[in-house]
Design a protein around this ligand. Structure first.
Ligand SMILES: Cc1ncc(COP(=O)(O)O)c(C=O)c1O
Length: 394
């Protein structure tokens, strides 16, 4: 038996993903034996090295205010050098309280009311709400679907950048919800167009730690383009540490960095959470074998999921999941729309997936299925999906 086959007690942990009240607020009434495959949170026990690091902190007996000590910067720099082949300078790194809140602060720091940000759609919906909440206009460049894979519409992107002069291009890489990895050529073109239009490229790379079909190219690895780049990321998706609410940005340009740091200081986002900083260090410095093992397990989940659907639920189509643990599934062959499919799965089968309509726009006809769980859950969910979509065969 694989260690990731063991389900930790997520009810006692009070995981949002597993809380029935929260679930029923989102999905309506669901059967008692529900299988949550919605929010991007994984059902795996943390690396033992992290557990030890946290226990050591607790055993010291005090949780007073701390600061961004050097081990944090060293861990982030080494991680980028070893895992992503990029040299990061210590000064470029700024700690913050989660990637999503960082995006909110970025919008506040760089956009005035009435200005705009650009994003590809469908996309992780906090990109949209971060702008909406600041009363900043959103421009959507819808991804083109070609042969079951997403492509950036560069002609449209170029004209939107020239016409609207967005302050920020919120760019999800690898892409959530589809798991698409952008090629080096695509990354270069994105960076070139941003540079030419004086738009800051905000690359959200939280999903880059689970790569199934690489290579992945960090925006930091581009020869040109660092001058107007803000990279935001965290170990939260890779190591499932979302509850630590800790992340960081990497901003090579000193002027852009100073403007952003001023906004953080205005909001007193300065000193880290004691466990957050320990989590980043222990994940990056000590938990690499765990990450490789969990990624391999997720990959096997995906292969199992994809093969099962191909054989037994052929009216569904799974987009190649090149990164992450989130499968993007075309459900148009079922005759249902996304919301109907997600609602039927939730109420009749207790399988909780995200409707594609949650991803700003362009996700109609899809559901997103979180495969960061035990294989037994994936198998059971597939059997139930099969019964919902193929009722005549059962
Ligand atoms: C693209 C993307 N960015 C950010 C986050 C959240 O990151 P964090 O936990 O660092 O706020 C998620 C979570 O699903 C995500 O998919």
């Amino acid at each position: 038996m694989d260690r990731f086959d063991v389900m930790p007690d997520r009810i006692r942990e009070k995981a949002r993903k597993w809380d029935k009240t929260i679930i029923e607020k989102n999905f309506g009434r669901v059967p008692e034996d529900f299988i949550p495959m919605w929010i991007a949170d994984m059902d795996f026990k943390m690396p033992p090295e992290l557990e030890t690091a946290f226990q050591e902190a607790v055993s010291r007996g005090v949780l007073g205010y701390t600061y961004c000590y050097d081990e944090f910067y060293q861990a982030v720099m080494r991680w980028h050098r070893d895992m992503h082949g990029v040299a990061v300078e210590k000064d470029w790194i700024t700690l913050s309280y989660g990637t999503v809140s960082t995006i909110h602060y970025l919008v506040q720091a760089f956009c005035q009311c009435g200005e705009c940000v650009l994003m590809n759609t469908p996309v992780y919906d906090p990109f949209d709400s971060a702008a909406e909440k600041q009363e900043v206009r959103r421009i959507y460049n819808r991804l083109n679907l070609v042969g079951g894979r997403y492509y950036i519409d560069f002609a449209n992107l170029e004209s939107q950048l020239a016409q609207h002069k967005p302050k920020l291009y919120l760019f999800c890489s690898p892409h959530n919800p589809s798991g698409r990895i952008w090629s080096l050529e695509e990354m270069r073109e994105v960076a070139r167009l941003c540079r030419e239009n004086n738009t800051i490229l905000v690359a959200d790379e939280v999903h880059r730690e689970h790569i199934h079909c690489g290579p992945f190219h960090s925006a930091l690895a581009l020869d040109e383009g660092r001058e107007n780049l803000i990279l935001v990321t965290s170990p939260n998706k890779g190591f499932n540490l979302g509850g630590l609410k800790t992340s960081y940005s990497i901003i090579p340009n000193g002027t852009i960095r100073a403007q952003f740091k001023r906004k953080l200081e205005q909001n007193s986002v300065t000193s880290p959470n004691v466990f957050g900083i320990i989590g980043v260090i222990a994940a990056y410095e000590q938990s690499r074998p765990w990450l490789a093992a969990v990624s391999a397990y997720i990959r096997e989940n995906y292969e199992f999921f994809r093969c099962y659907i191909e054989k037994r639920i052929p009216q569904l189509r799974v987009m190649p999941m090149e990164a992450s643990f989130l499968a993007w599934v075309d459900i148009t062959g079922t005759g249902l729309n996304s919301e109907q499919a997600a609602a039927a799965l939730a109420s009749q089968a207790g399988v909780l997936v995200e409707s594609g309509t949650h991803f700003v726009e362009g996700g109609e006809g899809y559901i997103r299925v979180n495969l960061g769980t035990q294989r037994a859950n994936v198998r059971e969910a597939l059997q139930r999906m099969e019964r919902i979509f193929n009722p005549l065969l059962h």
